[in-house]
Design a protein around this ligand. Structure first.
Ligand SMILES: [Cu+2]
Length: 173
């Protein structure tokens, strides 16, 4: 399978999943911050803390969600994510156009503004793990986040059920 073919397939699958989730839980773009109950940082580096990591596992990929809080005076950038047990990790953004969710790759990374936060969430910015090597019932994914200023941050992302994410969004809105 060529790379181009594979990524088209991935985006279709990812968009389908997001459409289904949005239709089911009506969480489109409503939530900017993760719920208060998950504000406890799970990782930190420099001025950054990482909150609320969650992964949804699909047949040949996984979607990643988390938040990064920048407590410092300087902007930072999430340049990329690596996973030693996957082919690649891509940064994506979901955009709604005429009622259809489309995916856009973000190889340039995502900004983490000074005294602000970056939120990866269903229906918005997120990351996709391509072809992860997982157990039959995986419990977590081990990743490394790469930031322009703060450097590398190791992150264990627990695998959750999609309904768990929807509960968090509903609680916040
Ligand atoms: Cu995606």
């Amino acid at each position: 399978m060529s790379h181009r073919r594979c990524s088209v397939w991935l985006r279709t699958r990812c968009a389908r999943m997001l459409n289904a989730m949005i239709a089911t839980f009506a969480i489109i773009g409503a939530c900017v911050a993760p719920p208060a109950a998950t504000e406890t940082p799970v990782a930190a580096a420099g001025d950054l803390t990482v909150l609320a990591p969650a992964a949804i596992v699909l047949p040949s990929s996984a979607a990643l969600y988390f938040a990064v809080v920048n407590h410092g005076n300087s902007d930072d950038t999430l340049l990329g994510i690596s996973c030693t047990t996957a082919r690649a990790v891509e940064l994506h953004q979901s955009l709604e156009m005429h009622g259809v969710i489309r995916m856009r790759a973000h190889p340039e990374g995502f900004a983490v503004p000074a005294h602000g936060r970056l939120v990866l969430e269903p229906g918005g910015r997120h990351a996709m793990v391509v072809a992860p090597d997982l157990d039959e019932t995986p419990r977590a994914l081990d990743l490394t986040l790469h930031f322009a200023r703060a450097g590398d941050v190791a992150l264990r992302v627990p695998v959750v059920d999609p309904s768990d994410l929807a509960t968090g969004d509903e609680a916040h809105s």
